[in-house]
Write a protein that binds this ligand. Structure first.
Ligand SMILES: Cc1cc2nc3c(=O)[nH]c(=O)nc-3n(C[C@H](O)[C@H](O)[C@H](O)COP(=O)(O)OP(=O)(O)OC[C@H]3O[C@@H](n4cnc5c(N)ncnc54)[C@H](O)[C@@H]3O)c2cc1C
Length: 492
């Protein structure tokens, strides 16, 4: 049995940021992810906002983690090459009584130590002319920003690997190995691994994992689904983040830009019993469109190119065993009933924003538990991003193409992604082995044609580079193979 100091369950943004934080120390760390790639859970299906921190209830762990994490993103972006833009966000009031709500939200922002200012309707329209002219005022939070949510997982984990962390995908945690009240390892579908600590960062499944250790049986995650439209960047541009005045359960249905250029519309917030339910629904899509049109009346359904949904890991029970109430708050703790477990559970929004602060908090919890964390000599914080042809100027593109002709072959015409970029991702530290894995890393297939031009070529490249039959190439892992059978025998 391979032995580790720490095993992290879950390759979402929390697991990936925690892996990077732990890679600073002399520890043997393994991250296991049950899916075929990392970042396939909530971390890949969200609004991608680095929240300012005005929204969480003051005094909660959520508010603290949001406030601490927000300023970290400039350094993370610079060190790891994560696309990030601090564009600020607006909460837009549309009725005569909503400006009063803005005052309340400003007070909450101040209690959370977050910068916020109320601007007039005229100023809002000057800054973002697409906003409904009926606007009555807005709350501006200048420190909010937009991030590439896929890079927010891939980049820190690549850096963690560079600094010695091991990663196993297609590896599902099944149970704990417990000896005399302490966790000493895990059973997985790929065999057993020994460890002294397990970090439970399993998103919507974090409750089921802690229950296997007999911890907080009353704590239950009931996912809340959020649905989205993606609009064609050739049709509509937007640099802002526009929120409506929030409801009791959600920040409301937004219209916002992205680091990549597409405009997103959504999400709604509906409880679902099924943790794997990421299906969009007719009523859900109608709900988000009607609501978004109140914010931006000029939205045109002809601009819609895609839909998707993600599930928030809402922890909806209090926990008498610990005397704490985790209703809607993050549960980041070392439970007292067993040795060797760290829970990072109930990480709903703003979990993407908060992830780097959650990682640091986990380090502090381990230190408090007596773990001697010795800094690793030669730890390297830098991860060099791979070239993106579309982001280069003509001269840089020419030089790249001369060095490697694969960078001269455009595979995705909408997003201008080259064969060189695809090959680089297939052979990267976390190899991209499916169509969607390439898409998450290069944004290929996210334009108007939605991959109809590039997909056969990507299947061909994946098959060639991985040395497997094209019949084995899948969209997102086993069960989603893109080809069913050969249609004719090909002669050599
Ligand atoms: C609709 C929506 C909008 C949101 N918008 C924002 C936003 O704008 N800004 C923001 O800050 N936050 C936002 N969030 C919240 C944010 O996306 C999440 O808080 C964050 O991604 C949670 O990360 P995670 O790593 O905890 O979970 P996940 O990303 O879900 O990762 C958990 C991982 O654990 C793996 N796993 C589960 N069980 C096992 C097992 N048995 N063995 C091995 N692996 C396992 C899963 O496969 C998964 O990859 C939004 C969320 C949603 C759903």
């Amino acid at each position: 049995m391979n032995n580790y100091d720490i095993i992290i369950i879950g390759g979402g943004v929390v697991g990936c940021m925690t892996a990077r934080a732990l890679s600073r120390y002399n520890l043997k760390v393994l991250l296991i992810e049950k899916q075929s790639d990392i970042g396939m859970g909530a971390s890949s299906a969200n609004s991608a906002i680095i929240h300012a921190g005005h929204d969480p209830v003051p005094g909660t762990l959520k508010a603290r983690m949001n406030k601490l994490a927000n300023p970290m993103w400039d350094t993370l972006s610079a060190e790891l090459g994560i696309p990030f833009r601090r564009c600020g966000a607006y909460i837009v009031a549309l009725t005569a009584d909503e400006p009063g709500c803005l005052e309340d939200l400003k007070q909450r922002a101040m209690l959370n130590g977050v910068q916020a200012e109320i601007i007039s309707a005229e100023e809002m329209l000057r800054r973002e002319p697409k906003v409904n002219p009926a606007v009555t005022g807005a709350l501006f939070t200048p420190t909010a920003g937009l991030v590439d949510p896929f890079a927010a997982c891939i980049a820190p984990l690549e850096n963690a690997i560079h600094n010695g962390v091991e990663v196993k995908v297609d590896t599902a945690f099944e149970d704990f190995i417990i000896h005399q009240g302490a966790i000493v390892g895990v059973h997985t579908n790929q065999g057993d691994f020994g460890c002294r600590w397990v970090i439970n960062a399993a998103g919507v499944y974090a409750d089921e994992i802690m229950h296997k250790a007999g911890v907080h049986p009353e704590f239950k995650i009931t996912p809340r689904k959020g649905e989205y439209y993606v609009l064609d960047q050739a049709d509509i541009e937007m640099d802002s983040i526009l929120f409506p005045v929030p409801s009791a359960v959600s920040k409301g249905i937004l219209v916002l830009g992205s680091t990549h250029g597409n405009v997103l519309v959504g999400p709604n917030s509906n409880l679902t019993a099924d943790k794997q339910d990421t299906a969009v629904t007719g009523p859900g899509l109608t709900e988000i469109w009607q609501s978004a049109q109140k914010l931006v009346p000029s939205l045109n359904q002809k601009s819609i190119i895609a839909v998707f949904a993600g599930t928030r890991a809402t922890g909806n029970a209090s926990s008498p065993s610990s005397g704490m109430d985790y209703n809607h708050d993050f549960m980041i703790e070392i439970p007292s009933s067993i040795r060797g477990l760290v829970n990072a559970a109930g990480i709903e929004s703003p979990g993407l924003t908060a992830a780097p602060a959650i990682a640091e908090y986990i380090i502090e919890l381990l230190k408090d538990a007596g773990e001697a964390l010795k800094p690793k000599k030669g730890w390297d914080p830098i991860r060099q991003p791979r070239p993106r042809f579309n982001h280069l100027n003509r001269e840089e593109q020419r030089v790249l193409g001369e060095a490697d002709p694969a960078y001269r072959r455009i595979i995705c015409r909408c997003e201008m992604v080259t064969e060189g970029e695809i090959i680089a991702e297939i052979h990267a530290p976390i190899p991209a082995r499916t169509y969607d894995a390439i898409k998450r890393r290069t944004w290929l297939g996210t334009g108007r044609c939605l991959g109809s031009f590039d997909m056969p070529r990507v299947v061909d490249i994946l098959s060639r580079e991985l040395g497997v039959s094209p019949l084995e190439i899948s969209k997102k892992g086993p069960g989603s193979e893109l080809l069913f059978r050969t249609t004719k025998e090909v002669e050599d």
